[in-house]
Design a protein around this ligand. Structure first.
Ligand SMILES: NC(=O)C1=CN([C@@H]2O[C@H](COP(=O)(O)OP(=O)(O)OC[C@H]3O[C@@H](n4cnc5c(N)ncnc54)[C@H](O)[C@@H]3O)[C@@H](O)[C@H]2O)C=CC1
Ligand SMILES: O=C(O)CCC(=O)C(=O)O
Length: 528
C-alpha cells in the first residue's frame, strides 16, 4: 500500500506534486494545523506529516499518530515539534536547514534598512497626505557596526550582505571558530563587547535555555544609546517588556521584529511604539524560499518513506538513498547482535562497545549503532526503536562506545557487540555473507556459524562426549523439531556452545530439563 502523507500547513503546492509523482498518497489541508483536535483525530491514518510553523506537534498529537514515521518541517526551526516525544515513538523529524536562509537574511537586512530610514512610518504618513519631510531624519548604514548574535547559516549571510553595505560586522557565537570568523570577515567578540560597540544588533540563534532573553534589561542598559535591534530568529530572544522600556527611554532608537514570544501575535507590548516595525513571521515568506523548502521536504520525506534514506533529520544520523540498500542487511545484523546480547543480559548494563571491522567500518556506523542499541535494549524496554535507542541508553547511564577498524580477520565485514554488566562482559560477532543473510560467527571468543532463526536455543556446556545425543533426544521426546544446529568450542574438553534453531517455542519445563543435563552450564530460549 502506498504511504500516506498529510500536509497540515500552507506549504507550496509544489510539495503535493512531488509526493504524487513519487507515488505517495497526499492530503493537502493547509489550515488543519490550527485545528489541533481535528489533527489529533485524523493523524493516525498517516505515515508522514509535512508542516511549516502553524502546526504544533504536541505529545497529544504524537500519541494519536499510530502510523507516523516522519515529520517534515518545510523550514528551519523545529521548535513547534515535540522532538523527545517524536523520538520516543521512533518518528524521524527532519527539516530543510538551508532552503529559506537567504530569504530570511534578506528580511533581516530589509528590516535594518527600514529601521534606519523609518520607511513604514514615512510611508504611512505620506499616504495619509501629511508630507512630513522634517519629521523623518534617518541614519546612514555605511561605516556603522553591526552586531550579529548567532553567526550560523543565516547570520553569516547577513554578515556578507552587511559587508556589501560597507558595515563593520562583529559577531558573538560560542560555536564560531576563529578560522570561520576570518573566512567570513567578521570580528569574533564576546557578548558584552558586542552590546557595547554595535550600532545595530541582529539576532540569528535558535531559542534555547542559553539564548532565552539573551537581550535582557541588563544587556540593554549596556548598549550604545540609540542602538537599533532586529529580531528575525525567534520570539523570546529579546525581553520584550525590557525592550519597550528601553525604547520609551530612548536607550534603543528602534526595533524591528518578525518574531514574538506569543505567536500569532495579535497583541504585544512592542505594538504601537512609534519606533517599532513589525512583520508577522515573514522571514521565510518569499516564493523562492517556499518553493525550495516545499520541494526539499517532499523529496526528503519521500526518500525516507520509500527507500529508508534519511537526510536533515534532527533526531537520527543521515542515510543516503545509495547507501540505504547496502546498509539494510547490516542494520538487521547489528540489531540482531544487539538483541542476542540483550536477551542474555540479566543484570545492570553499564557499557556497550560496538566494533566495526572491514567494509562495514566505512559505512554509516552511527545508524548501525542505533540499531544495535535498539536490539540490545528491546528485551528490557518494550518501547524502544532505532530513533529513541541512543537517547534511552544515555538516560540510563549506559556508556556507548563505537570502534572502527580496518579489515583484519576472515570476514569482509564484521560487527562485534560487547556488553558490560555489573557482573561480566559478553561479546557476540556477526557478518553478512553474499546471500544478504546475517550470521553469528563468534560468541565470547568461540567461533560459530549460525543463522538467526525466529526461535532459538542457546546452550553453553563443558565439552564432553554424550551431550549432543542427550540434548537432541530430549528435544525429540518433547516433540520439538530442530531446524538448524550450530556448534562451537574454544578447545577440546573446554567450553562449548550450541545454537539451535527450532520450530515453535520451547516450553519452560523443557528448557529446565536442558539446563539440568550433565555438563550444561546454561540454557536460554532466544527470539529474533
Ligand atoms: N523569521 C523566520 O521566518 C525564520 C527564522 N529562522 C530562525 O533563525 C534562526 C537561525 O537559523 P540558522 O541560521 O539557519 O541556524 P544555524 O543553526 O545555522 O545558526 C544558529 C547559530 O546560533 C549559534 N548559537 C547557538 N547558541 C548560541 C548562543 N548561546 N549564543 C550565540 N550564538 C549561539 C550557533 O552556534 C549557530 O551558529 C533559527 O532560530 C531559525 O528558526 C529561520 C528561518 C526563517
Ligand atoms: O515557515 C515559516 O514561515 C517560518 C520559517 C521559520 O521560522 C523557520 O524556518 O525556522
Amino acid at each position: 500500500m502506498a504511504p500516506r502523507v498529510l500536509i497540515s500547513d500552507a506549504l507550496s503546492p509544489a510539495a503535493v506534486q512531488i509526493f504524487k509523482d513519487r507515488g505517495i498518497e497526499v492530503d493537502f489541508q493547509p489550515a488543519l494545523g490550527k485545528d489541533k483536535d481535528k489533527l489529533a483525530a485524523i493523524i493516525g491514518d498517516y505515515d508522514g506529516l509535512a508542516i511549516r510553523s502553524a502546526t504544533k506537534v504536541t505529545p497529544k498529537i504524537i500519541e494519536q499518530a499510530k502510523n507516523l514515521k516522519v515529520i517534515g518541517r518545510a523550514g528551519i526551526g523545529v521548535d513547534n515539534v515535540d522532538i523527545p516525544a517524536a523520538t520516543a515513538k521512533g518518528i524521524i523529524v527532519m527539516n530543510t536547514p538551508f532552503g529559506n536562509s537567504i530569504t530570511t537574511a534578506e528580511h533581516a537586512i530589509t528590516l535594518m534598512l527600514a529601521l534606519a530610514r523609518e520607511i513604514p512610518q514615512a510611508d504611512a504618513s505620506t499616504q495619509a497626505g501629511k508630507w512630513e519631510k522634517n519629521r523623518f531624519m534617518g541614519v546612514e548604514i555605511t561605516g556603522k557596526t553591526l552586531g550579529v548574535i548567532g553567526c550560523g547559516n543565516i547570520g553569516s549571510i547577513v554578515a556578507d550582505r552587511a559587508h556589501g553595505l560597507k558595515m563593520k560586522v562583529i559577531a558573538f557565537d560560542p560555536f564560531l571558530s576563529p578560522e570561520r570568523a576570518i573566512a567570513l570577515g567578521v570580528e569574533k567578540v564576546e557578548l558584552p563587547e558586542l552590546f557595547r560597540r554595535a550600532d545595530f544588533i541582529t539576532l540569528h540563534t535558535p531559542l534555547t535555555e542559553k539564548t532565552k532573553n539573551i537581550v535582557s534589561a541588563e544587556a540593554l542598559a549596556t548598549t550604545k544609546k540609540g542602538v537599533r535591534i532586529v529580531n528575525c530568529a525567534r520570539g523570546g530572544l529579546v525581553d520584550e517588556a525590557a525592550l519597550r522600556a528601553a525604547l520609551d527611554s530612548g536607550q534603543v532608537a528602534g526595533a524591528a521584529f518578525d518574531v514574538f514570544t506569543e505567536e500569532p501575535a495579535t497583541s504585544n507590548v512592542l505594538f504601537g511604539h512609534p519606533n517599532v516595525i513589525c512583520t508577522p513571521h515573514l522571514g521565510a515568506s518569499t516564493s523562492e524560499a517556499q518553493e525550495n523548502v516545499a520541494l526539499q521536504v517532499a523529496e526528503q520525506m519521500s526518500d525516507y518513506l520509500l527507500q529508508g534514506a534519511i537526510s536533515n533529520a534532527v533526531n537520527f544520523p543521515s542515510i543516503t538513498a545509495e547507501e540505504a540498500p547496502r546498509l539494510k542487511p547490516m542494520v538487521e545484523l547489528a540489531e540482531k547482535l544487539g538483541s542476542f546480547a540483550g536477551q542474555l543480559t540479566e543484570t545492570g548494563l553499564t557499557k556497550v562497545q560496538i566494533v566495526y571491522e572491514g567494509e562495514v567500518a566505512k559505512m554509516n556506523t552511527k545508524a548501525l549503532t542505533s540499531a544495535a542499541i535498539a536490539g540490545l535494549l528491546r528485551p528490557m524496554l518494550q518501547d524502544v526503536n532505532f530513533v529513541s535507542a541512543p537517547v534511552m541508553a544515555k538516560e540510563r547511564g549506559i556508556v556507548v562506545e563505537e570502534v572502527t577498524r580496518e579489515h583484519e580477520g576472515d570476514f569482509e565485514s564484521l560487527i562485534t557487540v560487547a556488553v558490560e554488566t555489573e557482573r561480566r562482559t559478553r561479546s557476540v560477532s556477526g557478518t553478512v555473507f553474499a546471500d544478504g543473510r546475517p550470521r553469528i560467527v563468534n560468541i565470547k571468543g568461540i567461533r560459530m556459524d549460525a543463522e538467526f532463526g525466529k526461535s532459538m536455543l542457546y546452550v553453553t556446556n563443558d565439552d564432553a562426549p554424550g551431550f549432543i545425543g542427550r540434548f537432541a533426544s530430549l528435544l525429540g521426546e518433547a516433540g520439538i523439531n530442530i531446524a538448524t544446529f550450530a556448534l562451537g568450542r574454544d578447545a577440546p574438553g573446554g567450553n562449548a556452545i550450541a545454537l539451535v534453531e527450532i520450530d515453535g517455542e520451547v516450553p519452560g519445563a523443557v528448557l529446565d530439563k536442558v539446563g539440568a543435563l550433565p555438563n550444561v552450564q546454561q540454557a536460554r530460549a532466544l527470539r529474533f
